[in-house]
Write a protein that binds this ligand. Sequence first.
Ligand SMILES: NC(=O)c1ccc[n+]([C@@H]2O[C@H](COP(=O)([O-])OP(=O)(O)OC[C@H]3O[C@@H](n4cnc5c(N)ncnc54)[C@H](OP(=O)(O)O)[C@@H]3O)[C@@H](O)[C@H]2O)c1
Length: 367
Amino acid sequence: MDPLDFTGRAVVVTGGTRGIGAAIAAAFHAAGADVLICGRTPPAQPSPAQPSPAQPSPAQPPPGPHAPTPAAATSSSAASPPQSALPVVPPPGSAAGLPSIEFFQADVRDPAQVVALIGAAHDRFGRLDVVINNAGGSPQVPAATASPRLHAKIIELNLIAPLHVAQAANAVMREQDSGGVILMIGSVSGTRPSPGTAAYGAAKAGLHHLATSLAAEWAPKVRVNSLVVGPVEATSTLPAGPVEAMPTLPAGPAVKAAAGSAGKTMAAGRVRMPATASAGMPGSADGDLAAGPGERRVAGEGGPASTVARTVPMGRGATAAEVASACLLLASPLAGYISGASLAVHGGGEWPAYLADVRDTAYRAQK
Ligand SMILES: NC(=O)c1ccc[n+]([C@@H]2O[C@H](COP(=O)([O-])OP(=O)(O)OC[C@H]3O[C@@H](n4cnc5c(N)ncnc54)[C@H](OP(=O)(O)O)[C@@H]3O)[C@@H](O)[C@H]2O)c1
């Protein structure tokens, strides 16, 4: 059996609508998995056709056992994101013999929406095998003058939210004979000083550590690892696919019980996925965490390609697909005894500045 064949496996990728998350979603999709991605905003839609959200889709899959009544589906709370009206097209994933990638609208900083996300995946796929905590990022801000609110929001997105996602995922995975795998997309910013993104670096350092604690608590059923990712440069795309209006779903009972939200129904949009995305694109949906024009959203991860080429031993940043490959490996049975570990995906790290002269003479000369 091919250990990298994920056919029949259910995978959730937070922030999978673009960038590294899109590449991870595409990689698991290509490996045969059922994939659910999330974000605060739906991915870009390729078709101008916009049916009413009230119109049922003929291609719509049957609702899960906890599908809400129409009244519940249309009810909203302060924590509930808006539903989306999206075009309906035939599922090309099925034509290609592949499952579809689906999108669930959720802000991972809201624990109730996280419960709804994991519940939707469990209801839709009947299982949950892999969860990738990918959503994250930060603008470049001086630690001396950044507002307390911004600092808190950066920590919330990059550390607290992955904990909530992991907690909800574990509640499902621990009940499965096959357990599950949770991966944290960390950063080199969490392993060395991170000037300009101090709160982000501290959050990523905490994330790496969090993985070790969760791995210890949740073994042997659930493996938890982090990836220490260096600068990522190349673009990646999700497979072209259908966009389908879906009903809202409440969280499954196991997830609700674990999160202490039994009985609460979330209204969050879920659609099948089409989109194209590129790694390193500036974010936009959150004013506080968005980068300015021309800036990288994940500031401090690399800077210009020339800087990366000079400092990273491999001479370039990673492609998003290379990060995705590392996720496939860690989620596979090949990594069956790897838990509580950090895998560096950074092209050899960063050449020490105090050895720059040596590199430019001896090291470069050897190439
Ligand atoms: N890019 C790099 O060079 C690099 C290097 C090392 C590590 N990383 C890490 O890799 C991960 C992905 O980075 P990226 O550069 O691919 O980011 P990106 O292109 O900005 O994409 C971020 C994704 O996360 C989603 N997201 C953001 N906030 C969210 C929230 N509150 N709730 C739900 N989804 C949210 C975004 O969708 P919405 O905006 O619609 O919510 C989007 O899908 C991050 O954890 C980052 O720290 C990146």
